[in-house]
Design a protein around this ligand. Structure first.
Ligand code: NAD
Length: 267
């Protein structure tokens, strides 16, 4: 097994939505880079399966633990962050948990309860993570910290296949992250937003299923001609979490294969 390379050596990290997709791949890379990782997710069975996978892929010396957390509940988020007090306090939090609901639609057809559910998880969940990370960083008198919040390319470009609640929630993540980056800059706390393109993860792929027309509707807009992979997002998150990114603050960090820069794409 490869020895840790250490870009995150000595850092305590929390990753939400760690049982699947981007969060799981990021957990593996964080641990390989020397971080101690608290994996948080709403699904305990998924967390248990993810932990088994992670342990088989990272050095035995890596500290990896799990905690059940519904990020839309502040008491859960507070307990999650405070559970790292005994580790020496949180240095990095990746507020990544998010949902895209099948009943999310356009201005006319999006049900109120879907709007609220989406915003409670995608926006309030990120806010609670930021809030308790700041409190922890201050409690432990840290002079630097990295907070990474998962937004999406739909926070930057409109889509004619609407999921209005989701899109609005990701726009809020982007704006919130930018403002927090400025508010806390003098404390040494960096805030950056990750903007992934559509990916090969269950969140999107389960929803697309075998519908080739639905897939083609999207693939034609990708300059690379393919969906992104979770690991390609995770590599960016490692950079943002590390001290290599010490002067990177308040960015909309776009990892999209050029999608948001495309007018027409190659045939
Ligand atoms: P995923 O569905 O594979 O994983 C998301 C994880 O979040 C799951 O393990 C799920 O159990 C967990 N989760 C859901 N609700 C939660 C809650 N209330 N509290 C705690 N955990 C909860 O998704 P993914 O593709 O890895 O997405 C991760 C993030 O990336 C999300 O914020 C998503 O919106 C964003 N994103 C995804 C794509 C994509 O195409 N997959 C594109 C852009 C942005």
């Amino acid at each position: 097994m490869a020895a840790p390379r250490g870009r995150l050596q000595g850092k305590n990290a929390i990753i939400t939505g760690a049982a699947g997709g981007i969060g799981l791949e990021t957990t593996i890379l964080f641990a390989r880079e020397g971080a101690s990782v608290l994996m948080a997710d709403i699904s305990e069975p998924a967390l248990a399966a993810a932990l088994t996978k992670v342990k088989s892929l990272v050095p035995d010396s890596a500290r990896i633990e799990t905690i059940k957390c519904d990020v839309s509940k502040e008491s859960d988020v507070q307990a999650m962050v405070e559970s790292q007090d005994s580790w020496g306090g949180t240095d990095v939090i990746f507020n990544n948990a998010g949902i895209m609901h099948a009943d999310d639609a356009d201005a006319v057809d999006t049900p109120d309860k879907i709007w609220d559910l989406t915003h409670n998880i995608n926006v309030k969940g990120v806010w609670y993570g930021c809030k308790h990370a700041v409190l922890s960083l201050r409690r432990h008198k840290k002079t630097k910290g990295s907070i990474i919040n998962t937004a999406s390319v739909v926070a930057l470009v409109g889509s004619a296949t609407p999921q209005l609640a989701y899109t609005a929630s990701k726009g809020a993540v982007l704006a919130m992250t930018r403002e927090l980056a400025i508010v806390h800059a003098r404390e040494g706390f960096r805030f950056n937003a990750l903007c992934p393109a559509p990916l090969n993860t269950p969140l999107l792929q389960d929803w697309l299923g075998d519908d080739q027309a639905k897939r083609h509707r999207r693939e034609v807009h990708f300059p690379t001609g393919r969906f992104g992979e979770a690991i390609e997002q995770a590599n960016a998150v490692v950079f943002l979490a590390s001290d290599e990114a010490s002067f990177v603050n308040g960015t909309d960090f776009v990892v999209d294969g050029g999608m948001t820069k495309a007018y027409v794409t190659p045939e």
